[in-house]
Design a protein around this ligand. Structure first.
Ligand SMILES: [Zn+2]
Length: 147
């Protein structure tokens, strides 16, 4: 069962009601909504209406931390994040937003793995530059230096 909350705080992007599972507390959801606004603005994705859903592992494919589905015509998207640490959820959030940034590019089954690798590298690079982020382990296993 999902609950619906209204996103709070100043956000240049369209404010979209966020959805979270009962296992995500309101503090986590509020923090996630704020980080969504920050990253959405940084990636110039303000014209998109994006909802974030914190979910349990049963709602995702095995061995995944999240996913994104978008409707390019209506410029709407929904990002699902596995309920985990805030650092892990933010990393997945940025990863999925980079996928959205590339949404207009042509894709084939043959380019899927290359895109996945490039998206992971770009997301890690963006997070490494973020003054708000905490030290974290990147997908390459390296601990980012704290700012
Ligand atoms: Zn991906």
């Amino acid at each position: 069962m999902m609950l619906v909350l209204v996103a709070r705080g100043a956000c240049a992007a369209e404010v979209v009601p966020s959805v979270h599972s009962p296992t995500a507390d309101t503090t986590t959801q509020s923090w996630l909504d704020k980080r969504m606004c920050v990253w959405q603005a940084r990636l110039k994705l303000e014209s998109w209406a994006i909802r974030v859903v914190v979910c349990d592992s049963v709602d995702l494919r095995p061995n995944t931390l999240g996913n994104i589905h978008w409707d390019a015509e209506n410029k709407t998207a929904i990002i699902r994040l596995l309920n985990s640490s805030t650092a892990a959820m933010e990393r997945t959030l940025v990863h999925e937003l980079v996928h959205l940034e590339l949404a207009a590019l042509p894709k084939t089954d043959g380019t899927r793995m290359d895109e996945e690798k490039a998206v992971s590298h770009m997301a890690d690079a963006l997070l490494a530059l973020d003054p708000q982020s905490e030290p974290r382990v990147t997908s390459s296993g390296l601990l980012r230096n704290p700012q």
